[in-house]
Structure formats: C-alpha cells, structure tokens
Design a protein around this ligand. Structure first.
Ligand code: KG4
Ligand code: ZN
Length: 355
C-alpha cells in the first residue's frame, strides 16, 4: 500500500490546511492558510469567525494542495479529515468538505483525531517505529503520550491547567510583548539573567508526569507588579530577567517530567511536537534528558510540528492501512481524548482553543 495518495484536511482551530501525502512518506504539497490576522484584535481565536473563514477557504486550500502536487481528485486513494477535537464549527466545516469530496469522487473517507495527527508525525518525517514517547507542547495542549500503534496511545500525564504555549502567551501579555508570545519571550530571555528571580516549579514535588503552569504565570505577575511598584515601571532589564526566569522554570519542569516519563515507559525515543518545541533552550534540555536516558530524540521540522494537513493525511494513511473506513455518518467531535481509557484531567487540561 505504498502507492497510496491521500488528501488531508485540517480546520480544528485557526489554520485552514490541506496537503497531499503518499504512502511512502512523501509530502507532495502542504498548504496552510493562517487566520492569525482575523483574530488579532480579539486577543484569542473567535470560534464563529474561525468557522466562517474555514468554510470560505477550505475549497481554495484543497484546490491549491492538488495543484501544487500536480494531481486531480482522480489520482487520490482517499480523503482524511480532522474530525476532532477542536472548535466544533471549524471541525464541522472540514468534515463536510471532506464528505463532499469523498462522495463526489467516490473515495474512501477517514476521520482523524487531531492529536493522533501530531503524535504520528515522527513516522511521517523519520519513519520511526512504534513504540515511542511523544511530548505534545502547544498553545492548547501538553501531554505525554506513549504511541504503540496508529490507534493505540497511552497517556502518561499532562497539564492540569494551562498549556505551556498558553503560559508563554499570557506572560507575553503581562510583559506587553506581541502575540503569539513564545518567540518574543524566548528572544527577551536570551538577553536576561535566569537566576535573578526565583519562580516556582509547580508539581515537581508530586510524583508522576502531570504538569501545571498557571501558578507560574501568577508568580510572574506578582513579581512584575512588585517591580513596577518599586521602580514606577517595568525596566527593560527587569523584563528580560523575568522572561529568562520564566523560561528557565518551564524548561526545568518539562525536562524533569520528560525524564520521569522516559523512565516510567522505557521508551527508546522521545519525540516532541507543538509550537513550544520551537523554543531553543527547551528543545536542548529535552534532547539532553533523552541522551541521559539512552533514548533517541526527535523534533520534526516546525511546519510539521504546528497544525498542518500533512499530518492528517499521514494519519489517514496509517488508519486506512489498519482497515479504518468512515461513512457519511462521520461526525465532528469537539472533545475526543486519544487515550480513551485515561482518567479525564481536571479541566481537561485544555483551555486554549488550539490543540
Ligand atoms: O502548535 P502551535 O502552533 O499551535 C497550537 O497551539 O496548536 O503552538 C502555538 C504556541 C503558542 O502558544 C506560541 O506562543 C508557542 O506555541 N510558541 C513558543 C515558541 N514558538 C511558538 N513558545 C515558546 N517558545 C517559542 N519559541
Ligand atoms: Zn494542533
């Protein structure tokens, strides 16, 4: 089944994406239309605006993905689409688009869990074998997943409140830095002293792989307010030092919890995905943790770490190979845990819109 060619459609948050991927792991096209500018004035993704923009743009990105691959619908072996979790309006728009194409062109349809798309990406980029440990760190998610098969994931732990990307974004807001905040906080932190302020390391004293980031953000807020009260404003050096302290705390927590997850699972490889994996010091710390545990380390290229259609097409191929076919009754699921057996986390570990 190496000659499979799948169209993958992704519309669960604020990226409208379509891609064409082959069974022998070639990405023939990967089109992403970002909606960042549509939501910029609102300080977050507005679900209604997102859903409408997806509905308007889906046809166009699918057309572009086919054109860039130099293929027509008749060349495809199947259509894969994100069927959840995510913002329901966007997911529905994607599922309807995929159903229309599948029905019109007489193609098999495969509904994909968005998180499985992220979690299976190392197999697309590097042909990694099961099992492996996946750390998903994005604006909306933070969890350790053991990947045993295309539909077989065990959740080892995750955040009980904010996701790290969300925490970076909130800190950026506190520091009057632009959104999305992660890259700006990283740039400030590179110039700061990470040891001047001592921020907490939430949940480090608790056993296991669960994480928490909201207390860290609150501590940073208190520190900022103390500095402002003292100096009448936030000086550039204070901002840099606070960003550096924050990044150091997040890095240490992620590194220690990854060390535990590797020890607990005995996984031969640690893979990371999500926008936060773009952070240099975090990536370096995780790589070191993996090396110390005698495990491999893999961080896919950033455009495949963040939301995209190629990961959905690939997950669709893997599921199709495993025998999965969906009918016209495929429905959009706003909540859809990957590990169905895992105990639900407090607050679902998901407050941001993105996954
Ligand atoms: O994976 P992603 O593009 O979207 C989803 O959340 O699905 O991740 C975006 C998140 C944002 O919160 C952003 O601030 C964070 O990833 N991020 C970073 C960096 N680059 C992006 N966080 C820390 N350091 C970075 N360099
Ligand atoms: Zn995602």
């Amino acid at each position: 089944m190496d000659d499979l060619i799948f169209l993958g459609i992704e519309s669960s948050c604020d990226d409208t994406a379509a891609a064409i991927v082959t069974g022998d792991r070639r990405i023939l096209s990967n089109v992403v239309a970002s909606q960042t500018e549509l939501h910029a004035d609102f300080g977050g993704v507005v679900p209604e605006i997102a859903a409408r923009a997806h509905a308007e743009r889906l046809d166009l990105v699918v057309e572009q993905a086919l054109a860039q691959a130099g293929l027509g619908l008749g060349d495809l072996s199947g259509v894969a689409v994100t069927a959840g979790p995510g913002l329901i309006g966007g997911v529905m728009a994607g599922v309807m688009c995929a159903k229309g194409i599948a029905a019109g062109a007489g193609l098999p349809l495969v509904g994909v869990n968005h998180l499985a798309g992220h979690a299976l990406t190392p197999r697309l980029t590097d042909g990694v074998d099961f099992p492996y440990l996946m750390l998903l760190v994005s604006g909306g998610h933070c969890q350790f997943l053991m990947a045993h098969g295309p539909e077989d994931f065990t959740r080892l732990g995750g955040t009980i409140d904010d996701a790290p990307g969300e925490a970076f974004d909130k800190l950026a807001k506190l520091m009057a830095l632009p959104q999305p905040g992660g890259p700006h906080v990283e740039a400030e932190a590179a110039l700061g002293d990470p040891h001047r302020f001592d921020l907490p390391r939430p949940l480090l004293d608790r056993q296991g792989c669960d994480l928490s980031f909201s207390g860290l953000k609150t501590a940073a807020l208190r520190q900022r307010d103390a500095l402002i009260a003292e100096a009448g404003g936030l000086r550039a050096a204070d901002r840099r030092d606070l960003c550096a302290a924050f990044q150091r705390a997040v890095t240490e927590v992620l590194a220690e919890k990854s060390r535990r997850a590797l020890a607990e699972s005995g996984a031969p490889l640690l893979a990371v995905a999500g926008g936060v994996a773009a952070n240099g010091p975090i990536r370096a710390a995780l790589q070191e943790v993996a090396a110390r545990a005698g495990a491999g380390f893999l961080a896919p290229p950033l455009r495949l770490c963040t939301d995209n259609g190629a990961m959905i097409a690939w997950a669709g191929i893997e599921l199709y190979r495993a025998g999965r076919r969906d009918g016209m009754d495929l429905s959009a699921r706003p909540r859809w845990p990957l590990d169905q057996g895992a105990v639900p986390m407090l607050g679902g570990g998901r407050k941001g819109a993105k996954a």
